[in-house]
Design a protein around this ligand. Structure first.
Ligand code: FAD
Length: 521
């Protein structure tokens, strides 16, 4: 993953690409892996950094979706449960089993949720995780030491998966490159070009760093731009009607004292009829999420005050030590690219299934779905794109493809476990230059070598890329990330050969973004 090499490949290709993918989130990266693995000449263009959009802002669950079961959407749940099982096989360094407990506060809740969660477990079949079971009040309290004991009657434990979304994304991008794809961050598609037949046959894209623009031809263009799907469709046909209903979800991050141990809490029915989770994640407590219909989308959405208050209130009902605004270490929001239906007033009821849509211009858009099912989405998308572009038939190979970083026993790498098979290379950086072993901030375990690694091997270009998506500092503790920014800027400047003014500008830009992750008391 070297941006200069990628740029050269993108600029020098004179033949049409088999497939150009617009958007470097979970959907685009999945499509790039699938297409490249089949041997199609593939170019992926991302306007900002990989994962800048929704794909860095998930609840970090690899799940079948217990809520969709309640809605009766059994086939969606079964597909996602299989996807969950395969993802754990393909990326065991990033996906782990998570015990989730539904605490009961009425006699009927245990049996009621117990039956539903047993069905959830059975639907996973051979891709199953651990077995669900009823817990006594004492067992619930011992697994969840900070659960609210008032009126607690017991609980039900079931198992799902959890992951680190951007680490998986960066590893998927690396997998696509290993399979022969060309991928570029900071490469914005500004126009869709058409042949005399009115069919899209390429794109104009801008290298955002230099402002140079290029044309690239393609047999098919895949629009995987999440909540930006409609704006990209309008580059080809200004009058197309909207297919996306954006819905925002926010999360709060606290220290581990609010959720000691390794178990998560599932709140099955919040005041607004949703589910909410409290999850142990990277030695912190992650609480989320909300479902707020939005009129507009944004690359850097900001949590609403009403969302923050709602999550604090709901968490406070279930936790004995109740979190307050001053306990929040970071707040982040993401926007779901849900497929529109009706007036879009209640986005919680909209399908979480994905949609593949082909416009009259031949532009293929794929949207919706979830992180967990990115591989299935990609398979369906590449099948359809190949048919549309009359590419030679080639079978999908990703069902048996390990993701870059695959390591069956990555826990042995300690704080570097999330790098999987790349961890020894980062350790070697430290062995060669012990200065790089220095921790960047006393409140987070990240060390300087991870910054150097991110630039050299993972195409990080800015302070934000390092602190938000190569490491998760900004999402875990925004003030600590702000403290880390000057040192990160100086390492980046050395690695990229940039001057002092660039460092100052980088720190300023990062602080502006990070301000949105800090909650005012
Ligand atoms: C609050 C919340 C919680 C969630 N939790 C979970 C969960 O726990 N588990 C789960 O499985 N799923 C979860 N999801 C769903 C999952 O995160 C999304 O389905 C997934 O990330 C969508 O990925 P995407 O690639 O379609 O969109 P995005 O990640 O938004 O990617 C689209 C990309 O397109 C780029 N782009 C836009 N325009 C252009 C252009 N002109 N040129 C080039 N690039 C462009 C954008 O910069 C962006 O990076 C959650 C979603 C939300 C919002």
């Amino acid at each position: 993953m070297k941006r200069d090499d990628m740029l050269k490949q993108a600029r020098e290709r004179s033949q049409p690409w088999d497939m150009i993918i617009v958007g470097g989130g979970a959907t685009g990266a999945g499509v790039a892996v699938d297409a490249a693995t089949r041997g199609y000449a593939t170019l992926l263009l991302e306007q900002h950094d990989f994962g800048k959009g929704t794909s860095s802002r998930s609840t970090k669950l690899v799940h079948g979706g217990v809520r969709y079961l309640e809605q009766g959407n059994v086939s969606l749940v079964m597909e996602a449960l299989k996807a969950r099982g395969l993802l754990r096989q393909h990326a065991p360094h990033l996906v782990s089993e998570l015990a989730c407990i539904v605490p009961s506060y009425a006699w009927w809740e245990g049996p009621f949720y117990g039956i539903g969660l047993k069905l959830y477990e059975l639907l996973a079949g051979k891709y199953g995780f651990g077995k669900s079971q009823a817990l006594s009040k004492e067992e619930t309290l011992s697994r969840l030491p900070n659960v609210n004991p008032d009126g607690l009657t017991g609980g039900v434990v079931y198992y799902d998966g959890q992951f680190d979304d951007t680490r998986l994304l960066i590893n998927l991008i690396a997998t696509a490159v290993e399979q022969g794809a060309t991928v570029l961050n900071y490469a914005k598609v500004t126009a869709l070009n058409k042949g005399t037949d009115g069919i899209v046959n390429g794109v104009t894209w801008q290298n955002v760093e230099t402002r140079e623009t290029f044309n690239a031809q393609a047999k098919v263009v895949v629009n995987a731009t999440g909540t930006f799907t409609d704006s990209v469709r309008r580059l080809a046909e200004p009058d197309v009607s909207q297919m996306i209903a954006p819905s925002q979800g926010a999360h709060l991050v606290f220290d581990r004292s609010f959720l000691p141990g390794t178990n998560a809490i599932l709140v099955p029915h919040t005041k607004d009829g949703r589910v909410m989770f409290a999850i142990p994640w990277h030695d912190h407590t992650l609480v989320g999420t909300t479902d707020t219909p939005m009129k507009e989308t944004s690359l850097e959405p900001v949590a609403l005050d009403s969302e923050i208050e709602f999550m604090l209130e709901t968490a406070g009902l279930y936790l004995e030590k109740k979190p307050s605004r001053s306990d929040i270490l970071s707040v982040f929001a993401g926007i779901r690219p849900l497929a529109k239906s009706g007036d879009g007033g209640n986005t919680a009821a909209l399908s979480r299934d994905h949609t593949i849509h082909i416009d009259k211009s031949g532009l293929l858009s794929i949207t919706g779905g979830k992180w967990t099912t990115y591989r299935n989405m990609a398979q369906g998308c590449v099948d359809q794109a190949a048919t549309l572009a009359d590419l030679p038939d080639k079978p999908c190979l990703t069902q048996n493809l390990n993701i870059h970083g695959y390591h069956p026993n990555a826990a042995t790498f300690g704080p570097l476990s999330f790098y999987g098979s790349d961890a020894p290379a980062i350790r070697k950086l430290i062995a060669d230059d012990p200065e790089l072993g220095k921790q960047l901030d006393s409140e987070l375990h990240y060390v300087e070598a991870e910054v150097a690694w991110a630039v050299r091997s993972e195409m990080a270009r800015t302070v934000e890329d390092v602190l938000a998506r190569r490491t998760r500092a900004l999402f875990l503790n925004a003030k600590a990330a702000i403290r880390m920014a000057p040192r990160v800027a100086s390492i980046l400047a050395k690695e990229l050969g940039k001057a002092g003014a660039w460092q100052t500008e980088q720190i300023k830009m990062f602080n502006q973004v990070a301000g949105g992750y800090v909650v005012k008391p």
